[in-house]
Design a binder for this molecule. Structure first.
Ligand code: NAI
Ligand code: MG
Length: 356
């Protein structure tokens, strides 16, 4: 029997509500397949913990997390704690500390999901965005000089290392090769005359090792236009931290909204645990009301299953999400339904049992 140790950081707001459903799905899978076992350990870190202790995570938190095979994270951030504190104190600390330099975000229009684009069908929106997750525009390098003086100056520096660019680009080429898909790089070398010229150069250099992969390269503004006008242009996409953040929100918008967007933070070498999370935040406006859509959190469970090598279960979970959306009997208000968070989770499990 394979036991996978999962650290659960449910976090703030609707985090605990949606994570409970994902955990339920994993437990159901291990019941359906006794060969697979999950061991869950919950950690109380987040904004509430910060209010009590002045810290977003325990002092030895990273040391504790290191022992796990994966981290399942809800959302962090809550009114009263500045967002840059919660983000840097927990989420970015884990992403950076565990060298989760790949952020994998599927942009796929599932069956039953609503698409705001006119005349677009499911076959046209099916991509995977590989976002650089450790440096670039979010390296946190800069300075704030002469604060509050008339000559005030702020500097926010992008950091693009050869190692950092090569590894993310190579990862994307590998995905494209494995899946027999095209690879599109999104950059902006006309305006960002150092970082993105370098990025484009490395995209070409690494590409020499992958003559079998057909490539495209777009400027980020043009790419945004094509996401809306001709999303079928994109299959595997590789891009920097900031551009990836933005285009994946656009990707979420064209493929069913934030209630469906999932993201995996991967440390490909598996030296450290990887982290799986819904892309959405803690949604303080609906927290505690059972209105949160758990499907994004459940999609991230599907990514976790893929990561553990249970691709068949990963796709069963996606199929179950699709069936629930097609049937339209158990959906939360954001998808036009009246069901509670836990009822949607139950519905997914019901379908999974039928599929198993
Ligand atoms: P948000 O994603 O929490 O909410 C945006 C809107 O989408 C809200 O109207 C919310 O009700 C709705 N929404 C989000 N997830 C939903 C779900 N599963 N089901 C139904 N409706 C959903 O983004 P917002 O409001 O900008 O941020 C709120 C807090 O979350 C902030 O403190 C922010 O820093 C934090 N945040 C944390 C993230 C993370 O932990 N990865 C990501 C984004 C924001
Ligand atoms: Mg974002």
């Amino acid at each position: 029997m394979n036991t996978h140790k999962i650290a659960v950081i449910a976090g703030d707001g609707i985090g605990p509500e949606v994570i409970a459903e994902g955990v339920k799905v994993l437990k159901a899978i291990s019941e359906l397949n006794p060969e697979i076992n999950f061991e869950f350990t919950e950690f109380p870190w987040g904004c509430e913990y910060y209010v009590k202790t002045g810290k977003m995570i325990a002092d030895d938190g990273m040391e504790q997390l290191k022992k796990f095979d994966a981290i399942y994270l809800g959302a962090v951030g809550y009114p009263g704690v500045p967002d840059h504190i919660s983000l840097w104190g927990l989420l970015l600390k884990i992403r950076k500390g565990f060298d989760q330099y790949v952020n994998l975000r599927p942009v796929r229009l599932l069956e039953g999901a609503e698409c705001p684009l006119k005349g677009v069908d499911r076959s046209q929106i099916d991509m995977i965005v590989v976002r650089e997750n450790s440096e670039g525009e979010y390296a946190g390098a800069g300075d704030w000089l002469f604060k509050d003086k008339p000559e005030e100056v702020v500097l926010q520096t992008g950091v693009f290392s050869r190692k950092g660019c090569e590894r993310i680009i190579r990862y994307a080429y590998e995905v494209a090769r494995k899946e027999g898909k095209t690879l599109t790089s999104i950059s902006k070398a006309n305006a960002l005359n150092y970082s993105m010229v370098f990025w484009d150069q490395i995209f070409e250099e690494v590409g020499k090792e992958y003559p079998d992969v057909k490539t495209y390269s777009y400027l980020v503004d043009a790419a945004c236009m094509f996401f809306v006008k001709q999303p079928e242009r994109f299959q595997v996409v590789v891009t920097s931290n900031l551009f990836g953040d933005i285009v994946t929100d656009l990707g979420a918008a064209i493929s069913g909204g934030m209630g469906l967007a999932a993201g995996a933070n991967i440390n490909p070498e598996r030296t450290y645990p990887s982290m799986f999370e819904p892309v959405h935040g803690s949604a303080p406006d609906i927290a505690g009301q059972g209105k949160a859509n758990p499907l994004a959190a459940i999609w991230s469970v599907s990514q976790m299953l893929d990561f553990f090598g249970y691709e068949n279960w990963g796709s069963k979970v996606l199929n179950a999400i699709e069936k629930v959306m097609v049937e339209r009997k158990h959906l939360t208000p954001d998808m036009g339904g009246t069901s509670k968070t836990n009822e949607v989770g139950d519905a997914v499990i019901e379908v999974l049992k039928r599929l198993a």
